[in-house]
Design a protein. Structure first.
Length: 318
């Protein structure tokens, strides 16, 4: 009997691990963070948090709308509240008319235009690399930072994908560099994908050469590709966090005299997609590099790239 109990406990623990692994760690953290805000709203107003009910959730969404929260954030909060209820064993009808009609009303009254972060385009990229190269600091630090920015742009990587790269994910070939991406936001089950970065004609901005130089100088032959430095510029074994990518971008934009407020870690990825679209790359080839599963976002980048290229006003003679 005790063996059966032990087996059941082991199965329960394994099941719990499966449930925790069903979502990416960043996603789970976002759910918890969103739910904390909802919890605070309920406590302040004397509402029960678990289980909650549609009319309370609807009031919370209205509360968010009065604080100029973006529609995308508002919808994400709703998803988070529903997911936490499921995790705790409660049912919450997030499709209830009280919620859905309220969201539609908020959308009609406030609009749903999302102003994304600015993309880092080709000229911006060159400016950043030039600033790094001219910095008065150790060559190894400059090589790490320039490689992060060049690979982030050239591969259309998300910032967490950049810092998740290991030495063993790289395969240098005659044409350039193959990068094995073990997992991404749209590949939660770890099927993996391969990105190819060719050599650039201009060696200063070539991501392949930059990474080669970084590996050679850092003597990295296993483990995380991009790591932290300790005091005294000693390279550690510790992997960088994805927040570091955003901080590096903002740091070098500031040094270049460019206002960094409207840029983020995503600016490298969106910059690649927009620049590729401006250069005439096909939608499917952009998606093959970025890993987008839906055409919606890629078409937004293409639309942005063609804003002036195919502008009807150019055909009017003044």
């Amino acid at each position: 009997m005790s063996n059966i109990i032990t087996d059941i406990k082991a199965l329960q623990e394994e099941t719990l691990l499966n449930l925790q692994s069903s979502k990416a760690n960043n996603t789970i953290r976002a759910y918890k963070s969103d739910y904390k805000d909802f919890e605070l709203f309920c406590v302040k107003n004397g509402f029960k948090t678990l289980p909650s009910e549609p009319k309370i959730v609807s009031l919370y969404l209205t509360h968010l709308s009065t604080k100029d929260v973006k529609m995308s954030t508002l919808k994400r909060r709703l998803v988070s509240i529903g997911v936490i209820h499921k995790y705790k064993g409660y049912y919450l009808d997030t499709k209830h008319p009280t919620i859905i009609e309220n969201i539609m009303g908020i959308k009609r009254r406030k609009g749903s235009i999302q102003k994304g972060k600015k993309p880092i385009l080709i000229n911006d990229l060159k400016i950043l690399i030039n600033v790094i190269d001219k910095e008065n600091k150790e060559e190894i630090k400059k090589l790490r930072d320039r490689s992060i920015i060049l690979i982030g742009f050239s591969g259309g990587f998300r910032r967490n994908e950049i810092v998740s790269l290991d030495f063993d994910d790289l395969d240098f070939v005659t044409e350039g560099l193959k990068i094995n991406l073990k997992r991404s936001k749209t590949d939660q089950y770890g099927e993996g994908s391969v990105k190819g970065l060719p050599y650039f004609d201009n060696s200063q901005y070539c991501p392949v050469l930059s990474i080669k130089n970084w590996i050679e100088l850092s003597n990295i032959d296993s483990g995380p590709l991009f790591r932290r430095f300790s005091k005294g510029s000693k390279l550690t074994e510790n992997r960088l966090t994805d927040q570091t990518v955003a901080l590096l971008i903002k740091k070098y934009l500031k040094l270049a005299g460019i206002e960094s407020k409207n840029y983020s870690g995503h600016s490298l990825r969106s910059g690649f997609a927009t620049s590729a679209a401006e250069s005439g790359a096909e939608e499917r080839s952009i998606m093959a590099m970025t890993g987008h599963k839906s055409t919606e976002m890629v078409r937004r980048y293409i639309k942005e790239a063609n804003l002036f290229k195919n502008n009807a006003l150019k055909h009017i003679k003044f």
